[in-house]
Design a protein. Structure first.
Length: 449
């Protein structure tokens, strides 16, 4: 069977004039995972619209599309186009899972949740000629599965081709997070086995790795084993962790010894009432300063993630958060306007309270306000969001924040990493257009190590 996997992109990611680097970071790992479950004689192609054109006039037997929230409308357009020519379309991913009826109007089958079990069943049905309209996730086990088909990636088109996950989901239940809407059947956290994780790491050439797991320290027993084994592998890696997991024990030290150099941390808010409202248990009553100090002393940079627009927030939230991030030596900041993703508990509550005023999913990109806030208007929110970014990345503030670190090596790292990330967008644009991203990978590794 000829199968085409597609990751659709937003208009912004396709611009011939200006392509933000974030769209050229990672290849479509979920689709490569599904491709590994196909039969040996299937003819497979993965197309990532973030980095290449889609030819909608080809003739595969089956098209499999991944839908996140902001690419949903584009996903539907692509699906409609294939179906108008009688080609079968299957859709899955986070958005299709949270709104399966909406997705079903544009495709033959919707697969909910993780595809590891249901996709195999679906492929068999497809070959037998009788597919069902919906496939549930079912009892998924990640044991004994093949490695993702990375050979199908166009590696040169990405800055970080070595992305991987060793777990799925998260044991926590923050009210704004996709986790509660995606994992069907109650279980929200799954892991691979240690041997398989090490095999996957070893299968990737180059030094740099990015773990896309929601929280790489969620299963301490597992990661302690993995980090001990990784110690001699000469890797440098990045990944997301939670505040509580830094302070609990010495796992973060093991992570450093294994090559962990940059942590994505969801601080979300510097306002305790907001953390309680968001059910962000991993942060409540945690000593942010102590956690940051521990990472700084080890030599791990921080990418802090912040949310503006929780109900307790007032107009001062933007300046307060930015000042806090600068004063605490946060290297890079990822800001978000609170976005109620369909299926999450915050979405259900807002729908009940009639607060959501648009379901144009393209605006659910965490840069737009899509609901009524009690204290901040839409204009104020979007202005504050943009101002917070500008303020954080002013040269003066990058220098000021770099100086917050104890050691000179961290001051230097901070300065070059933050500067390269936000101040050299035209250089990234040039590298993307000329397929030279691989030349920047060495610099990334040198800055991190
Ligand atoms: C990598 C990533 C990106 C990359 C995306 C490109 C890429 N190559 O993947 C970049 C950096 C561009 C990105 C950007 C954004 N992202 Co993003 N991103 C992620 C991240 C961290 C990892 C995705 C991943 O690879 N997962 C691992 C793979 C193995 O799993 P998977 O892709 O989900 O695939 C599995 C299943 O979904 C299913 N499946 C998927 N597709 C299909 C298709 C079929 C046919 C079938 C059968 C099954 C199936 O089976 C797969 C195997 O289990 C997730 C968080 C997460 N942990 O998933 C957020 C996440 C997907 N992003 C999110 C968001 C909101 C965004 C942004 C809109 C905004 C922002 N502020 O970040 C932007 C805009 C993206 C856009 N263009 O539309 C949200 C999505 C929420 C939602 N309801 O859709 C997430 C969940 C983050 C979060 N915690 O809120 N992102
Ligand atoms: S800790 Fe992070 S990944 Fe886990 S539920 Fe909360 S926001 Fe989601």
């Amino acid at each position: 069977m000829k199968i085409r996997f597609i990751l659709p992109a937003l208009e912004e990611a396709k611009s011939p004039y200006w392509r933000p680097i974030k769209y050229s970071l990672f290849p479509p790992l979920g689709l490569a995972t599904l491709a590994s479950l196909c039969d040996e004689d299937d003819e497979i192609e993965i197309v990532d619209e973030h980095v290449e054109e889609i030819n909608l006039n080809d003739n595969p037997d089956l098209v499999c599309i991944e839908s996140y929230i902001t690419n949903a409308f584009r996903a539907y357009k692509i699906a409609d186009s294939y179906r108008s020519r009688g080609i079968k379309v299957a859709m899955g991913g986070i958005h299709a899972t949270s709104l399966p009826q909406e997705a079903k109007a544009h495709c033959d089958t919707v697969l909910l949740g993780l595809g590891e079990r249901s996709f195999v069943e679906f492929l068999k049905d497809c070959k037998d000629g009788h597919i069902k309209p919906f496939y549930e996730q079912g009892q998924v086990s990640l044991e004994g599965l093949p490695l993702p088909r990375r050979d199908l990636f166009k590696r040169e088109k990405y800055l970080v081709p070595n992305s991987m996950v060793f777990s799925r989901g998260c044991p926590n239940k923050c009210s704004f997070c996709y986790v509660s809407s995606f994992f069907q059947g109650g279980k929200t956290f799954f892991t691979y086995e240690v041997d398989r994780i090490l095999k996957e790491i070893e299968s990737m050439k180059g030094r740099h790795l990015y773990f896309l797991d929601d929280n790489i320290l969620a299963d301490k027993k597992l990661v302690r084993q993995v980090f001990k084994e990784m110690k001699g592998m000469n890797r440098v890696f990045q990944g997301a962790i939670t505040v509580d997991s830094i302070l609990e024990d010495d796992t973060i030290e093991l992570a450093y010894e294994a090559g962990f150099r940059s942590a994505f941390i969801g601080f979300e808010s510097v306002n305790m009432d907001s953390l309680i409202q968001a059910n962000k248990l991993s942060n409540i009553n945690m000593d942010y300063n102590q956690a940051i100090k521990k990472l700084d002393q080890l030599g791990i940079m921080i990418n802090g993630s912040f949310i503006f627009g929780l109900d307790n927030d007032n107009l001062d939230v933007f300046d307060k958060t930015t000042e806090w991030a600068i004063n605490n030596g946060i290297t890079t900041a990822t800001n978000h306007i609170l976005t109620p993703y369909p299926g999450t508990s915050i979405y259900k509550k807002m729908i009940h309270d009639k607060r959501i005023y648009t379901n144009d999913w393209r605006l659910y990109d965490t840069r737009h306000l899509v609901f009524n806030h009690p204290n901040i208007t839409k204009e104020q929110m979007e202005y504050g969001y943009n101002k917070a970014y500008k303020d954080f990345y002013r040269w003066g503030n990058i220098i000021k924040s770099s100086k917050e670190h104890e050691e000179i090596r961290m001051k230097m790292k901070h300065f070059s990493y933050a500067g390269a990330w936000k101040k050299f967008e035209p250089v990234w644009n040039f590298l993307i257009k000329n397929e030279l991203l691989s030349t920047a990978r060495g610099t990334l590794v040198r800055t991190l190590k």
